[in-house]
Design a protein around this ligand. Structure first.
Ligand SMILES: [Zn+2]
Length: 442
């Protein structure tokens, strides 16, 4: 079976080029202009559409093992496919937490039945309590690549230092939810206008950046690898840039919701917008967007976190932290970038592939493909002989309202939002799994 993706714009090596892409069975056969159509079984017209590698999410909550009403891995995997993802990293703050080999193997075996590849993380500390390290040696031997206590930061500097030393020793990654708990006591929103207006305690940006500063200091002199999760503070980004310039082995992700939604969204008390770290001010949002545009951030990661309605009910203080949105991650981020650099309501990118709009779209795609791939030590490139894991995107798709039917959980901040751009088709190992934005079953 040979499929020709004809007349599209292929994202390869961080740049766009006008080319056809020929796929045979599970592999890319050729990427070139004017490929021969005569010996082809199917032609997909990609005029004005982009062909890119499937996306990688470094931060998904699959809620397994856990309480069944949260959502289930099958439903989340379908939502991820619609979003254009081929690989997702599953966080370890489950119930019980993934802090030993048996649990990691059991979760990994469950996820092996899904149509998407899941990389399961393990916790850094036993019970995710921040006190004693997990058995890094045995977990790394079993195949764990990423360790994270996500949900909370590692408060004890000595424990964090040991974790970075273990990272160096076993060649694994420490992903940190940077939050100094003593600076965030009881906090539920950004500090400033929103906390004052709602009369609730805040989680200021310094709760994050203080821990980022500490972690960078700890990393100096240790050849371990540190990844900063859901960066939401201006100073975190500045410190991260500086650490990268100094040659430290550090990477960082930013979420679509921190890029698109300002903290003023919480003023109505709608608990769909309650998330940790909280939504930030518009100036901070602008700084984070700049971090994507200038290539500082390595990845856009979703922090997709389903909750049943019962846990999002009640007052802003009572409701759980977390929001979903993996199906809309590309469109939400592109909408945020487009509002910053584009002109007009639609993401009309024009014919000049070197224009600022196309360069911005390329920065976004790097953060969804090669950036996270590098962190996971893999390649993500549409070249001959590569596995045909690819998406067809319409970046200029008119703004459209986000449908509510996709998810089992309802805690999406994008419901009712109009977003620019759409993932049309998804292919995994050459097999089409999403067509025109819908999962293809069977
Ligand atoms: Zn987190």
């Amino acid at each position: 079976m040979r499929t020709l993706f004809a007349g599209g714009i292929v994202f390869v090596g961080g740049r766009f080029c006008r080319a056809d892409l020929l796929m045979e069975e599970t592999r890319v056969l050729a990427v070139d202009r004017g490929l021969d159509r005569s010996d082809v079984d199917r032609v997909i017209d990609c005029e004005a559409r982009v062909i890119a590698p499937t996306f990688i999410d470094l931060h998904t909550h699959l809620r397994y093992p856990g309480v069944d009403e949260d959502d289930d891995p099958t439903s989340i995997a379908r939502a991820a496919l619609v979003g254009g993802y081929g690989v997702i990293v599953s966080m370890a703050n489950t119930w019980p937490p993934i802090d030993r080999v048996g649990r990691w193997q059991e979760a990994s075996a469950r996820f092996a039945t899904l149509p998407i590849e899941v990389v399961q993380a393990a916790t850094v500390t036993l019970g995710r309590e921040g006190q004693r390290l997990v058995d890094f040696e045995r977990l790394a031997e079993a195949g764990v690549e990423i360790f994270s206590d996500d949900g909370s930061g590692i408060q004890d500097s000595g424990v964090m230092r040991q974790a970075l030393v273990a990272s160096a020793e076993f060649g694994v990654l420490i992903a940190q939810h940077a939050e100094d708990a003593s600076l965030a006591v009881g906090g539920v929103v950004n500090d400033g206008v929103v906390a004052d207006s709602l009369g609730v305690a805040s989680i200021p940006e310094v709760a994050e950046s203080a821990m980022v500063a500490r972690d960078i200091e700890l990393l100096k002199g240790i050849p371990g690898r540190l990844h900063l999760q859901h960066v939401s503070a201006r100073e975190s980004l500045n410190l991260f840039r500086q650490a990268k310039r100094e040659g430290l082995r550090i990477s960082a992700e930013v979420t679509p919701h921190h890029l698109l939604l300002p903290d003023t969204r919480v003023l109505g008390g709608d608990t769909r917008f309650k998330v940790n770290p909280p939504l930030r001010s518009i100036p901070t949002q602008m700084a984070l967007l700049q971090g994507v545009l200038d290539g500082s951030f390595d990845a856009v990661a979703t922090d997709h976190a389903p909750h049943p309605e019962s846990r999002k009910r009640g007052s802003y203080e009572e409701a759980a932290f977390g929001m979903i949105g993996i199906s809309e991650a590309m469109a939400a981020t592109w909408t945020a970038l487009w509002r910053t650099i584009g002109s007009g309501e639609r993401g009309e990118l024009g014919s000049d592939l070197a224009s600022p709009e196309w360069v911005a779209f390329g920065s976004l795609l790097s953060c969804l493909t090669s950036g996270p791939a590098e962190i996971l030590g893999r390649s993500s490139r549409l070249a001959p002989q590569a596995v045909a894991d690819l998406v067809v995107i319409d970046p200029s798709a008119a703004p459209r309202e986000v449908p509510s039917r996709l998810y089992r959980s309802g805690n999406s901040p994008y419901l009712g939002e109009t977003l620019v751009g759409r993932v049309d088709d998804v292919f995994l190992e050459g097999r089409q799994v999403v067509g025109e934005g819908e999962v293809i079953d069977g």
